[in-house]
Design a protein around this ligand. Sequence first.
Ligand code: SF4
Ligand code: SF4
Length: 369
Amino acid sequence: MIYKEYGRTGKKVSAIGFGGMRFPSHYSIEESAQVVRRASQLGINYFDTAPFYCDDKSEDIMGEAFKDMPNPFYVSTKSGIGNEPDANAVRKRIDKSLKRLGVKKINFYHMWCIMNLDHYKKVIAPGGPYWGAMKAKEEGLIDHIVVSTHANGNEIAQMIKEGYFEGVTLGYNIANFPYRQEGIEAAYEEGVGVVTMNPLGGGIIPQNQEYFNFIKENENESVIQAALRFNASHEAISVTLAGMGTIQEVEHNVKAVENLKILTSEKINQIKSELKKDMNQLCTTCQYCKKCPKDIDIPKYMNLYNMNVLKGKEKVIDRYQEMIKYKDIKQGEPLPADCIACGKCEKLCTQHLNIIDRLKWLDENIINM
Ligand code: SF4
Ligand code: SF4
């Protein structure tokens, strides 16, 4: 395993990190804990979790694994910073996470899911969530306060330059990297650690292997390994988080960083020029928008629309027919035509997609054509 500096924290972290959001629902806590322990045996030392992951079991699974993990490790968890949390609420959540994880200290504590600069300002405002984490830090319960964000590269750069956070976790992959590059570069210059999540583009990369074949270095590696290596070999990226649910996935992912070479800016530019579309226009099926008052399954329809971005209308029609055939769309379920354009989903969308227009397009061109 290759270890990299996490910004200026003095911590050396594994190039691949364990994302604790993919434990299979049929696994017991102990079965999932074994997956975590296998990762530790193979040299992974950065373990990322959060309340609510995996039906709120992820922190408990990690806690179970940590009881019997002889190798040193770092744990990262998070606090939602949405509507209600203030400093006191966050401080209480930290106690809860410490208990569930069974550790004395959280190494990296995230202000979770900052969507834009307005959101950021609320987080750092006096009495806001940030200050709950700062209190815990002063009490010795947290090493580093960091941020996870879905803002664009320029906004991330602005946040970082203000100096509140020692690290940033952001979605970055072969499909969307030009969109967040500025944020990564700013973090590197400021000595802020960078963790990338979603290195497989929410499944877009494995589902379109043909399209992404050009990133493979040789025929023996899979497109998934190549996509992980793309992130891990970036000099500014400390940890590439990969969601892992099985021992096989752990072993497959660790292989991706064997003999890692640092990516040159020429290679990044070459990849940029080979990307045929603006991949940032793709839905990553992250599910953050699933708060529709009309109960429309937005990620499902945005994933269908992805076909239009990648392959054109004819492929959307084919895919829609398959969805009907395999009952992915059930009789009586809310359809794109039920959208009342309230805009709630667009405010939540991590990719800033124009969901309302896309639903309208699907309704007019595919479903009711
Ligand atoms: S804009 Fe449409 S799809 Fe989005 S939340 Fe509102 S009703 Fe649902
Ligand atoms: S529409 Fe946006 S928020 Fe919803 S799943 Fe897709 S990328 Fe995520």
